[in-house]
Design a protein around this ligand. Structure first.
Ligand SMILES: Nc1ncnc2c1ncn2[C@@H]1O[C@H](COP(=O)(O)OP(=O)(O)OP(=O)(O)O)[C@@H](O)[C@H]1O
Length: 346
């Protein structure tokens, strides 16, 4: 479905990003299994064709165009008060973290989140004379249906000196983070750290800090596999002074009060979408797989419910409450908000 910024109904855009084969894959003689249909946003896998709003990489459009075409309109929308969500979906190793820029190992300077931050601060710089801005960021992950605060310094282990020797002690964390819905439908995360930032460097430091504390573990498919959904959220508050304009010389005249907007952008690096049986895991990892799939299944159901205009008009139930992930994104997936789902493939 094509996204139109002025649209009253929720719009979802789906793009495919095909990453190049990495060195190890080339050494093992792996071949691309997805072929892009020339001049169409369509790919062929065997005898099946799949059509997207955009296809990037591996013969599709340049990956560098992805930000301008898919994400920059969402950043513009934030300034008009629209919530938005960017989701990176795909199996482990398909390039979600690289594309989003949530992985410190690949350097924070590439990826969509650093580009969002650059664009946001450039725009604020041009508007700051007429508008007052306040920015907050939070960075959480959902692992086994529990919300973990990636920016909470208190829950990190701290160094102390014991018997003259440095030692690490675990500092008890805050109470569990609760997802709450206000009477106006706004979703908040009670108990999570919201950092007020006023510069690009401060926001980049939050991304870096959260990326480093993100839980990773190993499965048979990828040693650094992320089994959690990581959500970096930017909240933009704006207070704009309103003036009537003098008809004589076109200059601001009488003070007409203030206009207030608050909107948030969720940038989500989803857990690997492979099925538990393919990862060859059991016990704890299998349980994690079940939780991961619960979140992804619920997200799929919510997006398909939102994408069905007819059912939307009929007031069809959208199953946001089926997982923590969909509950948290509830006010940024439906209504007036914009969603981009980036499907990663290799
Ligand atoms: N567009 C790209 N160009 C070059 N290398 C890439 C690209 N995307 C991903 N890679 C490389 O592919 C590997 C896997 O990428 P990444 O860790 O982002 O996958 P992932 O989908 O986030 O996996 P996980 O689910 O385990 O987090 C990394 O070595 C990364 O550097």
């Amino acid at each position: 479905m094509e996204m139109t910024p002025s649209s009253e109904i929720c719009s979802v855009k789906v793009a495919l990003h095909i990453r190049p084969l990495v060195a190890d894959e080339r050494l093992q003689g792996c071949k691309d299994c997805v072929s892009v249909v020339p001049r169409l946003p369509q790919v062929q896998i065997g005898t099946h064709s799949f059509t997207f709003d955009h296809v990037y990489g591996n013969g599709g459009a340049e990956s560098s165009a992805m930000f301008e075409q898919c994400v920059a309109p969402l950043v513009d929308g934030l300034f008009q008060g629209y919530n938005a969500t960017v989701l990176a979906y795909g199996q482990t190793g398909s390039g979600k973290t690289y594309t989003m820029g949530t992985g410190f190992k690949d350097g924070c300077q590439t990826g969509l989140i650093p580009q969002v931050m650059d664009t946001l601060f450039n725009k604020i710089e041009t508007l700051k004379h007429q508008t007052e801005f306040q920015l907050h960021v939070s960075f959480i992950e959902i692992l086994k249906e529990e919300v973990k605060d990636l920016l909470d310094s208190a829950s990190e282990s701290k160094s102390v000196v014991a018997n003259g020797h440095p030692a690490k002690v675990a500092v008890p964390g805050k109470p569990a983070i609760q997802i709450r819905e206000a009477s106006n439908g706004v979703i908040t995360l009670a108990g999570s750290t919201e950092v007020a930032v006023s510069t690009l460097q401060e926001m980049a430091a939050c991304l870096e800090k959260g990326s480093l504390s993100r839980a990773t573990g190993s499965t048979n498919m990828n040693n650094q596999s992320s089994r959690s959904h990581a959500i970096f959220t930017i909240t933009l508050e704006q207070m704009r002074k309103l003036h009537s304009v003098s008809p004589v010389n076109d200059t601001p005249d009488e003070d007409m009060g203030e206009e207030y907007f608050c909107a948030k952008l969720h940038l989500v690096d989803l857990a690997g979408s492979e099925r538990a049986k393919r990862t060859g895991t059991g016990g704890l990892r299998l349980k994690e797989g079940i939780h991961i799939n619960k979140g992804l299944l619920a997200l799929g159901n919510v997006i398909s419910a939102l994408g069905d205009e007819k059912k939307q008009k009929e007031g069809m139930h959208v199953p946001y409450r089926d997982s923590k992930l969909t509950r948290l994104l509830q006010d940024s997936l439906g209504g007036n908000s914009k969603t981009v789902s980036l499907h990663q493939s290799c």
